[in-house]
Design a binder for this molecule. Structure first.
Ligand code: LHQ
Length: 258
């Protein structure tokens, strides 16, 4: 699929998807959703980590509200089921870890797209806005699933009802994201983080995601059984053997992601 609404680059095991509609703050339209979905599938084969970021001063302003579509007659249920859900699923099920490098404002579905990543790193000047109720909607793109898990019910409800801008620093303090980084260091920092994960034990990272997310729906016995099952599979993998060898040889491990 040729890309026009995003850019896709890979190097040294890192795939970078850049939302590239800077003139509208990288607002999401049908093409961009299809391209992100496609690129996430591709990245799973091309790289050992994928980074989602935005061009210009925004990460993503959510649904494109100004592309001429008559929003009053748009079938929102269809758009969410057929275009947003596959995009979120391709992120959530991506066979390599996903980093959202939030370079600027992330609003509406743009905020929740970021929160679907495994790790969110934001520039200090960035912010997150659950903008939906400002236009009479509820948080979609997974917002009602991710937000309460990340920050708890009280903060999720406040963020949705007041629809205020939550600064990157506050988001980090709340545990909504992994870290807020000074703007001058941001680019270098997320690239270093991505490079680190690209050299890591990919299968272990995916097992971490799976177990962490399953925990909310499991009782302790079921979760211990899942951990045992996943650890059993990792225990016969090459990366575990390499990790143990490196430990004994007092050297950094050379993981292959297998
Ligand atoms: C935009 C947008 C935008 C187009 C800024 N679209 N142009 C799913 C299913 C289907 C339909 C409904 O929605 C959904 C899910 C959703 O995502 S609903 C939520 C949609 N997003 C929003 O409500 C956010 C709207 N934008 C804003 O609140 C502000 O623009 C933010 C806070 C993002 C940035 O504020 P400022 O930094 O003050 O910039 P600005 O407002 O001046 O915007 C700059 C330009 O970007 C401007 O264009 P212009 O030609 O005047 O320079 C905006 O019109 C354009 N823009 N967001 N979503």
């Amino acid at each position: 699929m040729p890309y026009g609404a995003i850019r896709y680059e890979t190097s040294d095991g890192v795939a970078v998807i850049t939302l590239a509609r800077g003139q509208v703050m990288n607002a999401l339209n049908t093409s961009m959703r299809a391209e992100i979905t496609d690129a996430l599938h591709r990245a799973g084969a091309d790289a050992r980590v994928v980074v989602l970021t935005g061009e210009g001063r925004a990460f993503c302003a959510g649904q494109d509200l100004g592309d001429g579509t008559d929003l009053a007659t748009l079938d929102l249920e269809r758009v969410l089921r057929e275009e947003y859900a596959p995009m979120l699923a391709s992120m959530h099920n991506c066979p390599v870890p996903v980093i959202a490098a939030v370079n600027g404002v992330a609003a509406g579905a743009g905020a929740n797209l970021a929160l679907a990543a495994d790790v969110v790193i934001a520039a200090e000047s960035a912010g997150f806005i659950q903008a939906f109720t400002r236009i009479g909607l509820l948080p979609d793109a997974g917002g009602t699933w991710f937000l309460p898990r990340l920050v708890g019910q009280a903060r999720a409800m406040g963020a949705a009802l007041f629809a205020e801008r939550i600064s990157a620093r506050q988001a980090a303090d709340w545990g909504m994201i992994w870290e807020a980084v000074a703007d001058v260091d941001f680019d270098h920092h997320w690239r270093a983080r991505a490079a680190e994960l690209a050299k890591g034990p990919t299968r272990a990272y995916l097992a971490v995601r799976r177990a962490m997310l399953a925990g909310a729906g499991n009782d302790l016995a079921a979760q211990l059984a899942l951990e045992a099952q996943l650890q059993g599979a990792l225990g016969i993998g090459r990366d575990f053997a390499e990790g143990i060898a490196a430990f004994h040889e007092k050297r950094p491990p050379r993981f292959e992601g297998r």
